[in-house]
Design a protein. Structure first.
Length: 381
């Protein structure tokens, strides 16, 4: 059956807070999808649904009981600690799920969600790490895989996410962001960075060490830390995280992805290899441009080339925002045309690393991500 003649995929948005309406607008923009409804118990959700010209339900159960029928799929955009229960409820009702990051706020519940999805083999569980669709991430992935523009064998990576969140960011109804259980920049922000690094390097983090930054706000949640990463392919890395400092170096600012955060264009990752270094998102590639047969050396002058998105992306990839590309991909996965770019298992992998970082911050010790929570002393690193 041709794609144009296939039924429209009806998608419900679960949660009408900060991110829900952005997903809803992406659904509306997709000709292969339709916005089925908004589900949220908040009294303010009705006005959000009205603005989006769709139906509002205060719960999933009421949506399922309605005469309009159930949707084909749902995007879960609720507070972090509710992701697992709501995703399970939707899967049990026969609905495909795209769950916003983090997939869960602890490893056991994340594992239970992935297992629940496996018990429904006709359905798909995707993790909402939309930055895998960001144009700079897509271009970086292709540059790293290119035979002619490659950095060679990747040896190390340096990452930085640092900006200042104002006091109002933590006010009701999002006071949960103060919580040491489900708030803080590890669950809210670093989880994105972990997934991007997994995706770009094609390798997963297996061991971490971390030291916490000073707490300035008095909240239960951490405010950041200095983190050491060890990947399963031997690559090592460092990452500096803080949501309580003034800085131009954060993914949102570097890429301009979030329209409410002014763009700086500053780099956030430096990927270092045997043939060169790639800076992201400015896509500056630094290398020795020595003649064939000549030795590359620290005595040689470095050359620098700035790659362009036009070279590495299609027109559609440049024209659409990541949320729109993610929805289009979600539809193609549901129709059986593609495999998930970011599966539930991928989302769980990021959760495992985030939990290991949190444990490393608390203990000051090195944490083996693949283990069951065992710690080793810093002297053994």
């Amino acid at each position: 059956m041709a794609a144009s003649s296939q039924p429209i995929v009806k998608i419900a948005i679960i949660g009408s807070g900060l991110i829900g309406p952005r997903h809803a607008k992406a659904v509306i923009q997709d000709p292969s999808a339709s916005l089925h409804c908004i589900v949220d118990p908040s009294p303010a959700a009705a006005s959000v649904a009205n603005e989006l010209r769709t139906t509002h339900y205060s719960s999933i159960s009421l949506m399922l009981e309605s005469s309009s029928g159930k949707p084909d799929a749902a995007i879960v955009c609720t507070p972090n600690k509710t992701h697992v229960a709501l995703s399970k409820e939707l899967l049990s009702a026969g609905i495909h799920v795209l769950c916003e990051k983090p997939l869960s706020v602890d490893i056991p519940s994340g594992e239970s969600l992935v297992a629940h999805a496996r018990a429904h083999p006709s359905l798909h569980l995707l993790a909402g790490h939309h930055r895998r669709f960001n144009p700079y991430v897509v271009a970086t992935k292709r540059i790293l895989e290119s035979k002619t523009h490659s950095t060679g064998q990747i040896t190390a990576i340096s990452g930085l996410w640092a900006l200042y969140k104002p006091p109002s960011y933590f006010d009701p109804p999002t006071e949960w962001r103060r919580s040491g259980e489900s708030g803080g920049p590890i669950w809210i922000n670093l989880i994105h960075e972990i997934d991007i690094l997994h995706y770009l390097l094609g390798s997963r983090i297996v061991r971490v060490a971390a030291f916490e930054t000073p707490r300035r706000r008095g909240h239960d949640a951490e405010e950041g830390g200095a983190i050491i990463l060890h990947f399963d392919n031997g690559v090592v890395g460092t990452f500096l995280l803080s949501d309580a400092v003034v800085s131009p170096h954060a993914f949102e600012m570097g890429t301009g992805e979030n329209p409410v955060i002014p763009r700086t264009g500053k780099d956030v990752y430096r990927i270092l290899g045997t043939e060169g270094t790639l800076s992201v998102p400015d896509l500056r590639r630094t290398f020795y441009n020595v003649a064939k047969g000549r030795e590359k050396s620290w005595n040689s002058e470095l050359s620098e080339v700035t790659e362009t998105l036009e070279t590495w992306l299609s027109e559609e990839e440049r024209a659409k925002v990541p949320f729109e590309l993610q929805v289009a991909h979600f539809v193609r996965v549901i129709r059986g045309h593609e495999k998930p770019v970011c599966s539930g298992e991928d989302g769980l992998a990021a959760v495992r690393v985030a939990e290991a970082v949190r444990k490393a911050l608390r203990t000051g010790q090195v944490v083996d991500v693949k283990g069951t929570g065992g710690l080793i002393g810093l002297a053994q690193l």
